[in-house]
Ligand binder design. Structure first.
Ligand code: OOG
Ligand code: NI
Length: 461
């Protein structure tokens, strides 16, 4: 029998193999990431593994896919459900950037610690907001919805196998093989000619709308390895002549702990695609839709920590706009050094970040008794705090990643009210609850505190 986590690990590995064949620059990115990780491990030793074992980090990937309808989204949820991945977090990218992208998103990922340690594969999944009148007028909306209703992204056999894997949390070897083959195939780039006129109609609204609704299949849009030093990776990729976008998104490079998520990418490359022209011929053309991205992960922030992070973003925006010639990274670093606690202990003490707590089994006995304050327990060596890694995404970075890969500006008609979509709407559309990431981290922290309290006979919450 192949267990769920083995299916997930195998799926991630095969997807990576497929994507490397289709987008060779991705392979370079993976190679350079591996080199950087090995160097960091050599230089920093065990400290390099504080946010995940090197085994986990080396295998770690996130993918991104985009679908057109709530029905398609609920099918995606079944495929990822088979792999033990649940929808976590709601991201509204229509609002996240200046020239907005007509999608709302969630991320499918494993949720408990053991599963994450086995293989943390996650997929940022976006759905086109066809009902939002700021992007689609009634006529285009109805043509688009008709087009989407007529396509099939996932064959019934794949969905049936997925349901079985989800219910039984494993599959016999032969079925597992079939499932993996069909699942990987569903995310390959289709060779089917693209209807040029239809694609261009949607492109006028948004390149993302065209990428989703202009073709009859879906595809993995990027696959992202994790790296332990993203600044070094950025330098090495640039040295190799690969043109990266001009920033690293998220927190700045600074001397304090890594928090949340830093990401950068190389631009979408032109790939040959067959086009069906308005007179019915098939011509060879090229489309830019797939790109490469890399990320470094840090400590998960609490709600308060996240609010503080968002506040610092605003400060950085303000200061950078007042000093247009200054390097934004430098501005951000200065703001962080001034306003962000500079160590893990300070983050924990201020309640800004999540940790798991463990009693230290071999603490030398000195006749003292553990006291009830968590900070003091850590200070006096009774308890060790280990950071909880951030497993999710950042809406502004996500919008930046979308944006940096769009060719045109797109159009949005702000005379209309946007359609309301939220986590509850998305949950309803999929028939599965979109989980709150903060609640997941908090649960992990609290259960570790309960264990410590139990072991030391104290009341810690
Ligand atoms: C998703 C962009 C968001 C990330 O890492 O923030 C994303 C997309 O391009 O479909 O993947
Ligand atoms: Ni991404």
């Amino acid at each position: 029998m192949i267990r769920q986590w083995q299916l997930r690990a195998a799926f991630a590995a095969r997807l990576s193999e497929m994507y490397g064949r289709e987008v060779p620059a991705y392979t370079t990115l993976v190679d350079v990431s591996r080199e950087v990780n090995e160097d960091v491990l050599r230089a920093r030793g065990a400290d390099a593994e504080r946010l995940g074992s090197i085994g986990r980090v080396t295998a770690e990937r996130h993918g991104a896919i985009r679908v057109g309808t709530p029905g398609e989204l609920s099918q995606v949820a079944r495929v990822f459900g088979a792999l033990g991945m649940r929808p976590v977090g709601f991201y509204d990218l229509r609002e996240a950037a200046a020239s907005a992208v007509p999608v709302v998103s969630t991320a499918f990922r494993p949720v408990d610690g053991e599963e994450l340690a086995r293989n943390p594969f996650r997929v940022f999944t976006s759905m086109l907001t066809t009902a939002d009148p700021r992007f689609f007028d009634p006529d285009l909306r109805s043509r688009l919805e008709t087009f989407l209703a007529g396509r099939e992204l996932f064959p019934p056999e794949l969905l049936a196998l997925a349901d079985r894997a989800e219910a039984e949390r494993e599959l016999p070897e032969e079925d597992a093989e079939r499932f993996l083959r069909l699942a990987v195939h569903a995310f390959e780039l289709s060779p089917e000619p693209v209807d040029q006129a239809w694609y261009q109609t949607l492109e006028r609204i948004s390149a993302v709308a065209a990428d989703i609704g202009g073709v009859r299949s879906t595809h993995i849009n990027h696959l992202t390895p994790r790296v332990l030093d993203i600044d070094e990776l950025y330098r090495r990729m640039t040295e190799r002549g690969i043109q990266m976008i001009d920033t690293i998104q998220g927190p700045p490079a600074w001397k304090g702990p890594d928090v949340l998520l830093r990401q950068t990418s190389f631009r979408a490359l032109a790939e040959p695609r067959a086009l069906r022209t308005p007179d019915g011929r098939v011509a060879s053309g090229a489309l830019r839709v797939r790109f490469g991205e890399v990320e470094a992960r840090g400590i998960a922030l609490t709600r308060e920590g996240r609010a503080h992070y968002d506040h610092l973003l605003t400060l950085v925006d303000q200061q950078a706009s007042r000093r247009p010639d200054a390097d934004r990274g430098e501005v951000a670093r200065a703001v962080w050094e001034r306003h962000m606690p500079g160590g893990e202990r300070e983050l924990a003490a201020a309640g800004l970040a999540y940790f798991t707590y463990r009693t230290v089994p071999d603490r030398p006995r000195d006749g003292s008794r553990p006291s009830a304050g968590l900070g003091e327990l850590v200070e006096r060596g009774w308890v060790r705090a280990e950071p909880i890694v951030y497993e999710d995404f950042l809406p502004r970075s996500a919008a930046g990643i979308f944006q940096s890969n769009l060719s045109g500006e797109g159009t949005r008609n702000n005379d209309h009210q946007g359609t309301a979509y939220d986590a509850a709407w998305l949950s309803g559309a999929m028939g599965r609850e979109v989980l709150d990431p903060f609640a997941l981290y908090e649960r992990q922290q609290n259960s570790s505190l309960d264990r410590v309290a139990d072991e030391l006979g104290l009341d810690l919450r």
